[in-house]
Design a protein around this ligand. Structure first.
Ligand SMILES: Nc1ncnc2c1ncn2[C@@H]1O[C@H](COP(=O)(O)OP(=O)(O)OP(=O)(O)O)[C@@H](O)[C@H]1O
Ligand SMILES: [Mg+2]
Length: 215
């Protein structure tokens, strides 16, 4: 479950988000749509607790993020949130497989190489498991970052433009995998996108306005 109340955020004098009340229940899938600059990524950053809102409350899986210290918030995110951001933050000192393995270690979960292989295969990037992230195409790196986001079977999956760099076949594969992973584990799924290929897919939708809320 993710839930916000009286949420406001902005940069400088410019308001970007104003959400009086919005909730995505356990097991629900919600698309966040809106033009470039409407605040989709900003909302996902707030839901993931990588940024703090100017005002209002963000609860994820029942936890008020503001009540956690920064290190507790990092631990909470590692265990609870599968996060795919627009920048992937893959570590180039590790190969693809070890980037995915690391997500389990950081969350304090036991080693599970079969699970790591399973998600890489499902996303069509098993053949680059030994490669360094910097040698991948953008679309491959995106799928590896998604593999890392879902490998721990998180109860909440947040994905920012997960299909933006993908051809139609990979787009279909990635969208189907995100939905299947979420459904298999009863996860709450929030996908921000302006990819019109995804627009018909989810039962719930939040539409953000161009240029943010009126000042
Ligand atoms: N760190 C920041 N500092 C200042 N302004 C920012 C920052 N991050 C985002 N913004 C501004 O906030 C607004 C919303 O940005 P955001 O990235 O959330 O939009 P978006 O809907 O995700 O766009 P896109 O579809 O292009 O990814 C934009 O006007 C952007 O310039
Ligand atoms: Mg964005």
């Amino acid at each position: 479950m993710v839930e916000v109340e009286a949420l406001e955020h902005g940069f400088g004098l410019r308001p970007v988000l104003d959400l009086p009340s919005w909730r995505v229940g356990t097991g629900e899938h919600c698309l966040v749509v809106g033009p470039s600059g409407s605040g989709k990524s900003t909302l996902l950053h707030l839901l993931a607790g990588v940024a703090a809102p100017r005002a209002g409350t963000v609860r994820v899986a029942g936890q008020d993020l503001a009540a956690l210290t920064p290190s507790a918030r990092d631990r909470f995110r590692g265990r609870t949130v599968g996060l795919l951001l627009q920048t992937f933050h893959l570590l180039d000192t590790l190969n693809v497989f070890d980037n995915v393995r690391l997500a389990r270690r950081l969350a304090g979960l036991p080693e599970d190489r079969a699970r790591c292989r399973e998600v890489l295969e499902a996303l069509g990037v098993a053949e680059v498991a030994r490669a360094r992230p910097s040698t991948l195409s953008h679309g491959q790196a995106q799928r590896v970052a998604l593999a890392r986001a879902v490998v721990n079977r998180p109860p909440v999956i947040l994905a920012d433009e997960p299909t933006s760099s993908l051809d139609d076949e990979s787009c279909e594969r990635v969208a189907a995998l995100i939905e299947a992973e979420a459904a298999r584990h009863g996860a709450t799924l929030v996908v921000a996108t302006h990819d019109s290929r995804l627009h018909g897919r989810f039962e719930r939708r939040l539409v953000l306005d161009a240029g943010g809320p009126a000042a």
